[in-house]
Write a protein of this length. Structure first.
Ligand code: ADP
Ligand code: MG
Lengths: 280, 351
């Protein structure tokens, strides 16, 4: 890792940085304006704001007519994303181990099946899931949509974990067994710590996809009490009576801030998902 | 504690690796399982420690049948070829792990870790992680971890294969010292005959899943049962001459060389034979002169090593005290010690 961060002697990174800056400039401009627009008013047709204001952020302390409190919605989103993360981590860290290490009958078929599941676009299933949820009484509840989202994201997690477990040497497990540890202890105390980077990465990944999920909550849990931020955001533009573009932008900024914070703090771990492997 | 393998067999799916192996290791003895790569040494070892379940046969520790016991209940210590240290734990946690999973009180663990690490001379490294240790130190940690819960049996799978030459020499005597001091029954798996001969009380030499011969190192060196055993032991290795029996003597294929067979004189004429001659039995001393050309010469400091090509193209190796008078390309007339030569039948059996 250390030598990667060093500046290469043979290749100057200046041209690359210049090019990347040029390409991403429009994006940066758009984000800047997005933010500027939420804290200012400008005359119609003008790009230069003429007054600073906090009125677009009113949604933080006022409940808009016919809508849930933003804090309830944020809490819902957090519960949604965190629960998905927990379910995916627990299930795929165990399932990945089993698929990588234990003698599972029809392992190949199982792995292929899991992959096929992942290849299904979740939208194609949404009507049937809707009917199933309604039938079991989980429609319009957080639990229902959490289970559905976790199930849809699970195949990727299981495959990823299996791949990481495959890199852990067998000998470590054999040593654990002859040292007197049970199979579960071996997994928990010896193998799991080896793939900690992968767990971190998968956890973050799941949290972020949960945070940004829109279609599933929109269809399966649209009710005001169980709304998540993406659905709340969509309902703002769908609402023709109180159309307020600046508020929409402010909620948007509010929505991405946690994601940005996560990225800043855990960027290194997230990269691990692509770097792969453990380091002894 | 005595280890007994009784008709032990192991196959993976349809590939038979070991078939009906019998092996007894006496209490307190150190036995080498010696053989070329892929002959089933590790498989045997893993069956003894309970990682592989035998396909057939029994494994006994003392009088206790452990065939169907899981690893956890066998009380064996294993040192793996790659050491298999736990990378996320410190040396102290690594060594203490077998006691930790047994839920011993922390103070006991600490005391015993201190004891055992002093025994293997790593008491100053307890706070480090395996990645911060040299190969030899990792090896010592692996040994300490295997010994800490006073196992009945110590199993070592090519423990020296990953060390450099000097460390290998050091760890060789170190492992032997530990084995003697603890009085533990040990099995050492190796493909290196020097290791097997220098460290162990007895050697079991294996070929394709079968034990070919079990004997003490010197017995095996001086009285090999087959050409395979003779070829495996000894460095530089033994050289072989092909020929046939004629009138109670070995005659080389081109007829230039004749060696009376002594006790084997009534062997049938025309039978194909192979003669095995160790490098120390070919040189200036001996009773049977033979001519050839030096095609390879190497000095090892104290001794010189020569390869001599005979008239029929076969090669004899010779090891002699250092001398300067023989050069590459010289024709020499050296002697064989005819009693020291081994005679093998066509199938490799010693006659
Ligand atoms: N888990 C396994 N599955 C299938 N074949 C195996 C397995 N382990 C070992 N073998 C085969 O058994 C033979 C002996 O292997 P091994 O005991 O590791 O040899 P070595 O004497 O080099 O230690 C080899 O041919 C190897 O391919
Ligand atoms: Mg092996």
């Amino acid at each position: 890792m250390a030598d990667k961060t060093q500046i290469s002697v043979n290749f100057s990174s200046v041209p690359v940085i210049f090019l990347l800056t040029l390409v991403s400039l429009p994006l940066v401009l758009m984000y800047t304006y997005l933010f500027v627009d939420t804290i200012s008013n400008s005359e119609a047709g003008s790009l230069i704001p003429n007054e600073l204001t906090l009125e677009h952020w009113r949604f933080l302390w006022e409940i808009r007519p016919g809508k849930a409190s933003i804090w309830l919605v944020t809490l819902n989103t957090f519960i949604f994303a965190a629960s998905i993360t927990a379910v995916i981590l627990i299930v795929s860290s165990m399932a990945g181990y089993v698929l990588s290490r234990l003698n599972v009958p029809a392992r190949g078929l199982l792995l292929a099946g899991v992959m096929v599941l992942h290849a299904f676009p979740s939208v194609t299933l949404i009507i049937s899931i809707f009917i199933v949820l309604q039938y079991v009484g989980l429609y319009n509840s957080l639990i229902g949509v959490i289970l559905v989202k976790a199930a849809i994201d699970m195949p990727l997690g299981i495959w990823l974990m299996k791949g990481f477990y495959d890199t852990v040497p067998w000998e470590i497990e054999m040593a654990g067994l002859v040292d007197g540890a049970s199979r579960f202890t071996v997994w928990r105390r010896l193998v799991l710590p080896q793939i900690k980077p992968a767990i971190m990465a998968l956890g973050l990944f799941s949290f972020l996809t949960g945070w940004s999920e829109f279609i599933l909550p929109q269809v399966l849990a649209p009710g005001a009490q169980v709304q998540v931020l993406s659905v709340y955001l969509a309902s703002l533009i769908a609402d023709d009576n109180n159309f307020d573009f600046a508020t929409f932008k402010a909620v948007g900024v509010f929505y991405v801030v946690p994601v940005l914070i996560l990225y800043v703090f855990f960027q290194k771990h997230l990269m691990n998902i692509y770097g792969g492997g453990t380091k002894g | 504690m005595r280890i007994l393998l009784d008709k032990f067999s192991k196959s993976f799916g349809s590939t038979k690796v070991i078939e009906a192996m019998d092996l007894e290791v006496g209490s307190g003895e150190m036995l080498a399982l010696l053989g070329p790569s892929g002959c089933g040494k590790s498989t045997t070892l893993f069956a003894i420690c309970g990682i592989h379940r035998p396909t057939a046969g029994r494994i006994l520790f003392g009088d206790r049948d452990v065939t169907n016991l899981p690893s956890q209940e066998r009380n064996v210590g294993v040192v793996f070829q790659s050491y298999a240290l736990y990378p996320h734990m410190t040396v102290e946690e690594n060594i203490g792990f077998p006691l930790t999973v047994r839920r011993l009180p922390a103070s006991d663990i600490k005391r015993r870790v201190a004891e055992i690490s002093a025994l293997v001379h790593i008491d100053n490294l307890l706070g480090r992680r395996p990645s911060q240790l040299s190969g030899g130190q990792q090896q010592r940690v692996a040994l300490a971890r295997a010994l800490i819960r006073r196992p009945d049996v110590l199993l070592l799978d090519e423990p020296l294969a990953n060390l450099d030459a000097k460390l290998r020499l050091e760890m060789r005597s170190e492992i032997r010292r530990l084995q003697k001091e603890t009085g533990i029954t040990a099995i050492l798996v190796t493909h290196d005959q020097v290791e097997a001969m220098s460290m162990c009380d007895r050697i079991a030499i294996m070929k394709e899943g079968e034990i070919v011969q079990i004997a003490t190192p010197s017995e095996m060196y001086n009285d090999p049962r087959s050409a395979f055993v003779a070829g495996f032991l000894g460095n530089p290795p033994i050289s072989f001459l092909k020929g046939k029996a004629l009138g109670g003597a070995f005659v080389s294929d081109d007829g230039n060389f004749r060696l009376p067979l002594g006790s084997l004189r009534d062997i049938g004429d025309g039978r194909a034979l192979t003669l095995g001659i160790r490098p120390e039995h070919f040189g200036p001393d001996g009773d049977l002169a033979i001519e050839g050309k030096v095609v390879f010469a190497e000095t090892q400091g104290r001794e010189n090593l020569y390869d001599v090509v005979l008239a029929d193209g076969s090669v004899l190796r010779s090891i002699q005290p250092v001398r300067d008078d023989v050069k590459l390309g010289d024709c020499v007339r050296w002697n064989l010690s005819s009693e020291a030569a081994f005679v093998f039948a066509e199938d490799g059996r010693r006659l």
